[in-house]
Design a protein around this ligand. Structure first.
Ligand SMILES: [Zn+2]
Ligand SMILES: [Zn+2]
Length: 248
C-alpha cells in the first residue's frame, strides 16, 4: 500500500499545480485582466480542467476577483484580511468567495464584457465536473490498488488536491496582503515561496501594481512559474500577451 499512497501524494500535488496554472493563466491573467489572449483550444482545455478539478464558474470567479481589485482592502473587498482578519480569510476564504459569487448583481456588473455562451453555462455546473473527476480518481486508484482501499484512496486524493487548491487561494488572498516584501506602494505583498507553489500568484504586490501584465515577476530574483508556460504558448502561436509594462 506504500507505493499507491506515494503515487496518491504525487497525483494530488500535480493536480493542484495544474489547477493553479490553469487558474492563473486562464481565469486570472486572460479572462479577469485581459493581459493575454489564448488560442480558443488552449482556453477550452484550461476551462475544462478548472471545471473538472475545482468546479469554479468562470464568470463568478472573474466578477469576485475584479471586485477585489476595485475595492482592494477597503469596504467592498470580498476577502480583505484588513477588514475580516487574517485568520478568518485563511480559514473561510472559500466561504467569502461563495457569498460574493452568489450575488447575481455583482456577477452581472463585473462581467459585462464577457459574452454569455452555452458552453460556459454548461461548464458553470461545477458539481457535475467535480463528480466526473471524483469518479475518475476512484476508478483510477481502483485499478492501481484494487479492493475497497483503491477507490477510498482515490476519493481521498481528490479531496486533498481540492483542499490544497482552496488553501493556496486563501494564502494568496490573506497572507499575500499582509506578510512579505513590497516592490510597489500598494497593500498587497510578494512571497517568493508562495509564488513557486501557486503559478506565480504569490508575487501579488507586483500584480496589484500592474494587473494587466501577463508576467508577474518584476525583479531578477523573482520566479513566476506561469511565465515560461505563457512564453512557450506564445512561441507556438497559442497565446498573445499584451506588451509588458516598463518598470524600474
Ligand atoms: Zn489581492
Ligand atoms: Zn488580479
Amino acid at each position: 500500500m506504500l507505493i499507491p499512497i506515494l503515487i496518491a501524494l504525487l497525483v494530488a500535488f500535480a493536480s493542484m499545480q495544474l489547477s493553479s496554472l490553469c487558474t492563473t493563466i486562464y481565469l486570472h491573467r486572460a479572462m479577469a485582466h485581459k493581459g493575454l489572449q489564448l488560442h480558443p483550444a488552449v482556453a477550452m482545455l484550461m476551462r475544462v480542467e478548472i471545471w473538472l478539478f475545482t468546479g469554479i464558474s468562470m464568470r463568478e470567479w472573474v466578477a469576485v476577483h475584479r471586485k477585489h481589485h476595485h475595492f482592494t482592502d477597503e469596504e467592498g473587498d470580498p476577502h480583505s484580511p484588513y477588514l475580516k482578519g487574517l485568520m478568518k480569510v485563511l480559514l473561510l476564504n472559500a466561504m467569502y468567495y461563495a457569498q460574493e459569487a452568489r450575488k447575481p448583481e455583482v456577477v452581472a456588473k463585473y462581467t459585462q464584457d464577457i459574452p454569455r455562451t452555452r458552453t460556459e453555462a454548461v461548464l458553470s455546473q461545477g458539481w457535475i465536473g467535480l463528480g466526473i473527476m471524483l469518479a475518475a480518481f476512484m476508478y483510477g486508484f481502483h485499478l492501481l490498488a484494487g479492493g475497497w482501499a483503491g477507490p477510498v484512496l482515490g476519493a481521498a486524493t481528490f479531496v486533498v488536491q481540492g483542499a490544497g487548491y482552496i488553501f493556496s487561494s486563501a494564502v494568496i488572498n490573506g497572507i499575500c496582503h499582509c506578510v512579505g516584501y513590497r516592490n510597489f506602494n500598494n497593500t498587497a505583498t510578494n512571497l517568493r515561496s508562495v509564488a513557486w507553489l501557486t503559478g506565480g500568484e504569490g508575487l501579488h504586490n507586483n500584480h496589484h501594481q500592474y494587473p494587466a501584465s501577463s508576467k508577474f515577476s518584476m525583479r531578477k530574483w523573482e520566479i513566476d512559474p506561469a511565465w515560461p508556460v505563457i512564453q512557450v504558448l506564445t512561441k507556438l502561436h497559442l497565446a498573445q500577451p499584451l506588451p509588458l509594462p516598463q518598470q524600474g
